[in-house]
Design a protein around this ligand. Sequence first.
Ligand code: FAD
Length: 393
Amino acid sequence: MAVQSNRMYNSFDTIVIGAGIQGSYTAYHLCQNNKTLLIDQFTLPHSRGSSHGQTRIIRKSYFKAYYTQMMTECYQLWKQLETEANVELFRQTGLLVLGKEGNPEFQTMKSTLVENKIPMESLTYEEFSRRFPLVNLPEEESAVLDKSAGILYADRALRTLQDLFQRLGGTICDGEEVVDIHPGSLVTVTTTAGTYRAKSLVITAGPWTNKLLNHLGLQLPLKTLRIVVCYWKEKVPGTYGIHKGFPCFIRISDSGQHHIYGLPSNEYPGLMKVCYHSGSDVDPDERDIIFQQPLEDVNLLSNFLSKEFPGLDPKPAIVEYCMYTVTPDQDFILDHHPEHRNIVIGAGFSGHGFKLAPVVGKILCELSTGKKPSYDLSPFKMLRFQSNLKSLL
Ligand SMILES: Cc1cc2nc3c(=O)[nH]c(=O)nc-3n(C[C@H](O)[C@H](O)[C@H](O)COP(=O)(O)OP(=O)(O)OC[C@H]3O[C@@H](n4cnc5c(N)ncnc54)[C@H](O)[C@@H]3O)c2cc1C
């Protein structure tokens, strides 16, 4: 990444802190009409936050209908970005949603797909076994295929946005940690390398959000989780491969456990990515310090795969780390700072924010430029956590 550090012009319309997918998409929307600065603490690209890695699932199947509705525009904006940059960012694979008929989340995901007229198929146990002979679906479960779903090429998307942002006149200062923020009609942001001022500030700092909000007297009810990203070897290379038309999947779990999800083998030849949708609490600056092998998550995945994916070696071939920043209800926070309206916060993407970044970025851009937001933001307001918002003022 070419670092463009133009200290002579340290005044901007908007500063965005955090060049993960949310900050980069926000900056890209902003720079169409604004003089925008995007700051990141690490030299770009980096793998220390939540947006790195080659792939993410994109889908319209959600059990909260407002995400399904936002996804319509997300698909259009991802497509627009592909066209503008002339790169492939999306690959349609379909997504199997697996679960018990009696599970309310499974039922709602299914009905949301039907109500929103998303192309889908309901598969009985028999149909499923015929179509996917190398997955042992438990007899009490059934499957829905969200045909519009697929894979987003994550690292490539991030690079594309940051390149376009710079081509459109935006400034990136990477390798600069923000160490202080001073609110006011002009917000002052101090980094390890300089001081910048802007009419508005957007904070998209992922797992570091609360560390930054300390400077602004606010703490959000966010938890940072270390996610173990496991890749599993196909006994016969290509068995669950993207080239063989194998889809992504989400297994809706019962009994208080979290979901398991997987992507067809693609990014590392012969290896399928299958992960557990939760992890253990971690300080984001200590994500990669592993004192003890996180056996619990890996064992859970191993057991699942040995029963249901007999074509995979149930011992992970590669283990990597990533982070979720989760809110108590797993809904995002997209809102103004309660006391400083020209400071906008996008946080708590709860392990499902990548696909929604085009619309998240649009909303954060609208909030920071005083425009009416295009979506009903009531599910994303901080006030829903009034009892556990900490004001440090
Ligand atoms: C294993 C895994 C799988 C996932 N799968 C999916 C999926 O299939 N589909 C999906 O939609 N989503 C998925 N997600 C979620 C998605 O990746 C995240 O919601 C998204 O990447 C969050 O992006 P972000 O920009 O908020 O955070 P980040 O990417 O963490 O970006 C925050 C940035 O802020 C910077 N920063 C922080 N503090 C400072 C500071 N003081 N000064 C300067 N810079 C600072 C950081 O360096 C970082 O670059 C997954 C996440 C993980 C971990």
